[in-house]
Each structure stands twice: as C-alpha cells, then as structure tokens.
Design a protein around this ligand. Structure first.
Ligand code: PAP
Length: 314
C-alpha cells in the first residue's frame, strides 16, 4: 500500500480553486481541467494516476466516456482475460459487479486512502478509466500495454446519462429538464465532457496505432456481437477456441443475465451507487422515445461537424 504523494498540490480543494466551475444537471459541481470537465473529487486521483502510474507491457486499460457500454466491456474482458472457463461456483460475474472486478482507476484506485497497491494485482492487470486520452499517463502511451475504447452514439449516450443523473438526484428534486441536458451535452459541459473530443482523441489514436488501441462501437457489439467479441479476444491475445466459447461469454455478459443476478439486483459498490443503476434497457435507438425532432437535429448536426470529417460515424 502506498499513500498519496505528498506535494503542496495534494489538497484537492486547493487544486480546483482556480479552475472554471459549473453546476451540472443539479447533481454535482464540475471543474474544467485539460480541456475536459470532471467532478472535483476526481482531479487529485486523475493527477496522481497521470504522474505516478507505471504501466506494464501486458496491462489492458479499458477506456470510455460515461454510459457508452463500460459495464458490458468490463464484463467481456473479465471473462476473456480472467475467468474464461468458470465452473458453477466460480463465475466472477456472479460474485460481484463488473465495476468491482475491473475498477475505474480515477474513481476507485487513486481515490481510496491509502492507495490500493496496483503492483500486487495479478498479471495481466485489467483496469478502466473514463479519462480522456490526453491525460493518460505517458507510461500507458509508451509501453506495449493495450487500450480498448468503447464508443456509443451520442443520442443514446446522453439519454442514458440523463436517466442516470436523474436517478441519483435527491428524492425531492425534479428530473433535470431534457432540453437543458441536450444543451449541456452539446456544449461539452458535462462529466467527462466534451463527449465529442473524448471520442475523437481515442478514435484518431486508434487510427494511428490500431495494434495498440482497439476502438469498439456499442451499436456494432449489439448488431454483430460474435464478430465484435471475437475481434476483442484476438486483440487481447486470447482468441476463442470455438463458437461455443463465444456464445458462452456473450450469454454470461448479456444485460438480461447480469441485471438479474442477485449481486446486481441488491448490491451496491462505489459511494452508495446501487449496482442496478448500471443496467437499464441497453437498447439502440432508445433516444427516439425522448428527443424531439429539434433536439435530434441539433445532436446530429454537432455529430456531423465534430466527427464525420474524421471518418467516424456514431
Ligand atoms: P458507466 O459509465 O456508469 O459505467 P456504462 O456501463 O458505460 O455506464 O453504460 C450504461 C449503459 O450500458 C446503460 O444503457 P441504457 O441507459 O441505454 O440502458 C445500460 O443499460 C447498458 N448496459 C449495461 N450492461 C450492459 C450489457 N451487459 N449489455 C448491453 N448493454 C449494457
């Protein structure tokens, strides 16, 4: 175990004192650092991660913006890398929520005091981060460790985010207005935003170094799960031996199964966040039930301007 590094900036309150700050969806304050917005409590952990994390060549770092399929990706990689052939009693996904097994670095590992000893984790180490590419540690960028990014179309992402933050508001608070959420999302002022810059950084890096960064899309995982999961396993250096193995992993990680596991129906992990909140509908195009044509067009327009010229269609 190691303690937080002692330096004059290690007081989180002091760190974000001079940074731009706004209230996001009536749920939390967010501050701007390195061009992105974060809950203030994440800044010190993100900075410590960036300055002190030593990547190993066989590490696997999963990355994503919020609500783009992180839980699914964590489950799949956990099965492929750590628990390929569980017997009845040893399915890690039955024992605990995927976020427990594959911690999000900035919101767990570097947030607990004393710090969890990352160097005791069995190889290959499997972590996750919602941080943008720009603030990843140099050692992650410069070693042979692998990065998997999962992206999702912005309309479903923002609806999923809207549901999630509304569900953690105090019970006496009204749901945050959707039109304001759309505006926050499009202006990039939201937790881990701007969404489009986040996606674009990983997309461009994955184009430059496809052997290092695998860029997955939630919609493709839904439409052709076998092909995408096969691609994922090959990228991780653990190709499946048979079609049956692929089917088994897909079943183990399916939303229906995970949602109905006891640990996810009744358990909770981080900071009193109930595990059930990570599993909602998982439907592509759910935004159609919420966005007006005007909102839809606004999102489409930003999507086109920000991503399409780089050959990315979400
Ligand atoms: P996080 O950022 O809080 O970790 P994340 O897992 O990225 O959340 O996204 C949650 C979304 O993934 C939810 O989408 P929805 O709100 O549109 O329904 C959730 O339902 C969906 N999801 C969670 N687990 C799975 C899964 N196993 N398969 C498909 N979708 C899933």
């Amino acid at each position: 175990m190691e303690d937080l590094p002692s330096n004059p900036n290690s007081n989180n309150d002091e760190i974000h004192l001079n940074l731009p700050k706004v209230r996001f969806m009536d749920a939390m304050d967010i501050v701007q650092w390195e061009g992105f917005w974060f809950e203030p409590g994440l800044l010190q952990p993100a900075m410590t991660f960036r300055s002190s994390f030593q990547a190993e060549d066989d590490d696997v770092i999963l990355t994503s913006n919020m609500k783009t399929g992180t839980t699914w990706l964590k489950s799949l990689c956990l099965c492929i890398l750590k628990n390929p052939k569980p017997d009845e009693d040893y399915d890690l996904l039955v024992k605990d929520n995927p976020h427990f097994h594959v911690p999000t670095i900035e919101s767990t590992i570097y947030r607990t005091k004393p710090l969890i000893d990352l160097y005791k984790a069995p190889s290959p180490r499997l972590f996750h981060s919602h941080l943008p590419y720009i603030v990843l540690p140099d050692s992650v960028k410069n070693t042979d460790c692998k990065i998997v990014y999962i992206a999702r179309n912005p309309k479903d992402t923002l609806i999923s985010m809207w549901h999630y933050f509304n569900s953690i508001l105090h019970s006496d608070q009204n749901p945050f207005p959707l039109d304001k959420t759309v505006d926050c999302f499009l202006s990039g002022v939201h937790q881990y935003g701007p969404f489009f810059d986040h996606v674009l950084q990983y997309w461009l890096e994955s184009q430059k170094s496809p052997q290092k960064i695998l860029f997955l899309k939630y919609e493709e995982l839904k439409s052709d799960p076998k092909r995408e999961v096969k691609k994922l396993a090959e990228f991780l250096g653990k190709p499946f031996a048979s079609e049956e193995e692929i089917d088994k992993v897909l079943w183990r990680c399916s939303l229906e199964r995970l949602k109905n596991l006891e640990v996810n129906k009744n358990g909770s992990i981080l900071y009193n966040v109930h595990n059930s909140l990570f599993f909602r509908k998982g439907v592509v195009g759910d935004w159609k039930n919420y966005l007006t044509p005007k909102m839809e067009e606004k999102v489409n327009q930003t999507n086109r301007i920000k991503l399409e010229e780089h050959g990315l269609f979400l």
